[in-house]
Write a protein that binds this ligand. Structure first.
Ligand code: GLU
Length: 448
């Protein structure tokens, strides 16, 4: 059986930089579309003109491209205001959109009263009873209405691809405001019109939208859409390592920030693809993540975002990267042999710069107290060039015989003298890259 082509959308508001929470949803939309031969739409929810900026809109595109999440189609809500106005007229004609005049204070007072009486703080629909005269009087007094959608009675249910059967009782939700007094339409409304018009088949978003889904399915039907043709997948929220909502810390977890910190995009996508599933993240390319994608992998419990886990995965991803994949980001002159020697020792690619200094630059090692004699013998024993790949072994074997030293006592002063560091890549691969002239000079300095 062939159904309609799958169409999914990632719909950020350009009111800030994308963070790992957004990126996860973008990724899952992308993977789902690619897995099923569908289309991935990027929609910018930018009707909030006061908070949306062009700079953020551009940054969203750049960040998605950096992650490798190419979209097939894109559009902005701000370009569709006429269409939303038209849809609003349809709702008005059907008696589903009604004007309201209550101020924020009035609404708050009503809510408090209802709570005192032990009732749910739901809007009482007082304005549904407004007569034409009352409305005219309010408008004559300079007030302009905002518009609420009259929800249906009963409940709306759907089979969520992640959460399973879900239901929203519409009586427990206030009639939502769809149009502000200044005429601007709100996200909840625009989103439904867009999902209809752009023939979206699957809405994949955060669990915080579950109640919205109930409302939006009702709205969709009121606009002539068929709720049965839209599937939903709500992904559980992200928590931090301590189990608190991640949303408070998201600024520090923007893609921009991770990028300047030097985290690999492939580590981010591989991490986010398995976050919230029972499977540990492993290094994987996007095509592997696509082939592996299945909603059934996701748990219904909140997912824990652990930056330390992402960093650990970043290490593993780096170790697996070939020279061609990183050459443009390595210091000028860095060779494939250099990359092979150091990649196993990096947390972040940027650290390669320091090792390039060790190999090809002019680092100054510390003077190593009490090791002067040993280092002078080491210098005398250092083989003459040409060197082969075994030079480290040849040299240290000779040193072992001359000094009787072995293990840490033998290697540690050499490592510190040659690299200026306590830890690092295998000296067997590093020494030939450092070369005899640099090695000799550093041994001399450290022995002084
Ligand atoms: N702009 C909305 C948000 O970022 C989109 C939600 C949706 O996917 O419908 O929360």
């Amino acid at each position: 059986m062939t159904g309609p082509v799958m169409r999914v959308r990632f719909a950020p508001s350009p009111t800030g930089y994308l963070h790992v929470g957004n990126a996860r949803l973008a990724l899952i939309n992308f993977l789902c579309a690619r897995r099923h031969g569908g289309r991935f739409l990027l929609r910018l929810d930018d009707t909030d003109a006061a908070r949306s900026t062009e700079a953020y809109a551009e940054a969203i595109g750049q960040d998605l491209q950096w992650l490798g999440l190419e979209w097939d189609e894109t559009f902005r809500q701000s370009a569709r205001l006429d269409r939303y106005a038209e849809a609003a007229e349809t709702l008005k004609r059907a008696g589903r959109l009604y004007p309201c005049f209550e101020s924020e204070e009035e609404l708050r007072a009503k809510r408090e009263q209802r709570l005192k009486r032990g009732q749910a703080p739901v809007y009482d629909r007082a304005m549904l009873k407004l007569t034409a005269e009352q409305r005219a009087a309010a408008e004559a007094g300079g007030k302009r209405p905002y518009w609420r959608f009259r929800l249906s009675d009963g409940a709306v249910a759907w089979d969520d691809l992640v959460l399973g059967r879900r239901q929203v009782k519409l009586g427990a939700v206030s009639d939502p405001v769809l149009i502000r007094a200044d005429g601007t339409p709100l996200y909840s409304f625009c989103s439904v019109v867009d999902d209809l018009d752009s023939a979206v088949t699957h809405v994949i978003r955060g669990e915080d939208h579950v109640t919205n889904t109930g409302v939006q399915l009702d709205l969709l039907a009121a606009l002539g859409g068929d709720p049965a043709r839209l599937r939903f997948a709500h992904l559980p929220l992200l928590l931090d390592e301590k189990g608190e909502k991640l949303s408070k810390r998201l600024d520090g977890l923007s893609l921009r920030r991770l990028r300047t910190d030097g985290v690999e995009p492939a580590a981010i996508t591989a991490y986010l693809a398995r976050l919230g599933s029972a499977r540990d993240p492993v290094p994987a390319r996007l095509d592997e993540l696509i082939a592996d994608f299945d909603f059934a992998h996701f748990s219904t419990a909140p997912a824990r975002f652990d930056i330390a886990q992402l960093q650990a995965l970043n290490r593993r991803v780096l170790h697996g990267l070939g020279f061609a994949e990183v050459a443009s980001r390595l210091p000028p002159g860095a060779t494939e042999a250099f990359w092979r020697a150091v990649r196993g020792n990096l947390d972040l690619l940027g650290e390669a710069r320091g090792w390039w200094e060790v190999v090809a630059g002019t680092i100054v090692p510390p003077v190593i107290e009490g090791e002067g004699e040993f280092l002078r013998v080491a210098l005398e024993t250092l083989p003459l060039e040409p060197w082969d790949a075994e030079v480290w072994t040849t040299w240290t074997e000779a040193l072992k015989l001359r000094t009787g030293r072995r293990g840490r006592a033998l290697f540690q002063p050499l490592r510190l003298a040659l690299t200026g560091e306590d830890h690092g890549p295998d000296l067997r691969t590093l020494l030939p890259l450092i070369g005899r002239a640099r090695a000799a000079q550093r041994l001399q300095v450290a022995a002084a």
